[in-house]
Design a protein around this ligand. Structure first.
Ligand SMILES: Nc1ncnc2c1ncn2[C@@H]1O[C@H](COP(=O)(O)OP(=O)(O)OP(=O)(O)O)[C@@H](O)[C@H]1O
Ligand code: SF4
Ligand SMILES: [Mg+2]
Length: 399
């Protein structure tokens, strides 16, 4: 498998005031393979799940990089490897210009203080036997930031910052709603004053209106504390509002990387086109005319990925082009198609050129002609759209 070697991003839309010199986070050819073993007494490796397979990405300081893709494509494993919760099999991770791939002991503990994670299910990640106050004081003590009354004062500040009621310190996670628990999870991540936060499906389990509140809160915190986010979700409609750029993963690889708006308006990888076509449009009139593109076939196993382009077994563009051999024979490079916009497809020019409209219409017509079950959709059809940014701003955080 060819490593995806990222060229320096010259046009990535980071915050204007920050030079794009050294990215806060950079991965180069990152691989995480989980061994598949056989035997009870004498275990031997018979294969590997290639959860992350040669991912090179950078995240600029103050930027939000969205990461999307179907279930099992390696999003969480990538995030966990980056913050060193799972060991990389190969490749390099740099944080603030320093190779952190092999850090251990005290050096790893110090680095972890700068990188935090927010999880999908805050209830599972919060200790049910600890009050919110003790839960917030713990990382302060572990990282020797504050103890005793100073820690209590800091915990009080944190719950105010994330919009929890003042009496939350003495309460337990089960006493809160899902949205409030996610606020507590965010407060815990903020406790150690990190620079980088990986939010792994942080809003996926919440109701749409609560999702908007939490996204709004994350955006406010980013501005206030100059945070850098890796924001992971299945659902493009959630990711696009908060992300400056979006990376699309398929079977352990990045297949498209682009400024958020451009990815949504003019995706150039056939897989991304299908993802985008599944995003509901808030305007009911336009929504009625939306042509959903259905991907045929199951997602192949990451233990035995298809040859050449991993997407070739499900690719509608390949079919439209008469099944060119190159798709199954040669791994496409993640190459620059426009400034800041990279695509891993041998035939991306087809979707960048004049034939785009005709190809998309033909593919959608073929998809819609089939009687499909909801399970076949790559994003649930009933996902309500996340409010547009103006609505998000109007959405007052509940204190
Ligand atoms: N500890 C592990 N041991 C073995 N295989 C694993 C382990 N963790 C993840 N995997 C496998 O690695 C692949 C990628 O999983 P991962 O959880 O990273 O995907 P994901 O994109 O986050 O999916 P989802 O959207 O469902 O959260 C999957 O095939 C998964 O089964
Ligand atoms: S390289 Fe071929 S199979 Fe892969 S995305 Fe492009 S057209 Fe589809
Ligand atoms: Mg995941």
């Amino acid at each position: 498998m060819t490593d995806v070697v990222a060229e320096p991003e010259t046009s990535a839309p980071g915050p204007e005031s920050k030079p794009a010199a050294v990215p806060l986070l950079r991965t180069e050819g990152l691989r995480v393979h989980f061994p598949i073993t056989e035997g009870i007494v004498f275990q031997r490796q018979i294969g590997a799940v290639r959860a992350v397979d040669g991912v090179s990405l950078d995240v600029q300081r103050g930027e939000t990089l969205g990461l999307v893709g179907e279930s099992g494509c390696g999003k969480s494993t990538f995030a966990r490897a980056v913050i060193r919760l799972v060991e990389p099999t190969d490749g390099r991770i740099e944080f603030d210009g320093v190779d952190v791939t092999a850090l251990k002991g005290d050096a790893l503990r110090k680095m972890r203080r700068r990188m935090q994670m927010i999880f999908q299910d805050p209830y599972a990640s919060l200790n049910p036997r600890m009050t919110i106050g003790s839960m917030l004081a713990e990382p302060l003590r572990v990282h020797r930031i504050a103890s005793g009354r100073a820690a209590t004062r800091r915990a009080q500040q944190l719950i105010e910052i994330v919009g929890l009621p003042r009496n939350a310190l003495n309460r337990y996670p089960h006493e809160f709603s899902g949205g409030q628990r996610q606020r507590a999870g965010i407060a815990r991540a903020l406790a150690v004053q990190p620079e980088f936060i990986a939010a792994d499906e942080a809003v996926s389990a919440l109701d749409v209106s609560i999702q908007a509140q939490i996204i709004n809160l994350l955006a406010e915190l980013q501005a206030e504390f100059q945070l850098t986010y890796l924001f992971i979700a299945h659902d493009l409609s959630v990711v696009r509002h908060i992300s400056d750029r979006i990376a699309v993963m398929y079977l352990g690889e990045v297949v498209e990387l682009s400024p958020s708006r451009e990815l949504y308006d003019r995706p150039l990888h056939p897989y991304t086109c299908a993802l985008v076509s599944a995003v509901p449009i808030p305007d009911p009139k336009v929504e009625k005319t939306r042509k959903r593109m259905i991907l045929r076939g199951d997602v192949p196993s990451p233990a035995n990925p298809p040859s050449g382009c991993r997407f070739h077994t499900r690719c509608w563009l390949r079919r439209e082009l008469g099944d060119p051999e190159r798709c199954a024979a040669e791994t496409p490079e993640l190459r620059v198609m426009r400034p800041g916009h990279r695509v891993a497809c041998h035939f991306a020019e087809e979707l960048a050129g004049e034939r785009r409209g005709a190809l998309l219409a033909d593919a959608a017509a073929h998809s819609d002609a089939r009687d499909v079950s909801e399970d076949e959709l790559i994003a649930p059809a009933d996902v309500a759209p996340v409010p547009e940014p103006e609505d998000l701003r109007k959405d007052v955080i509940q204190h």
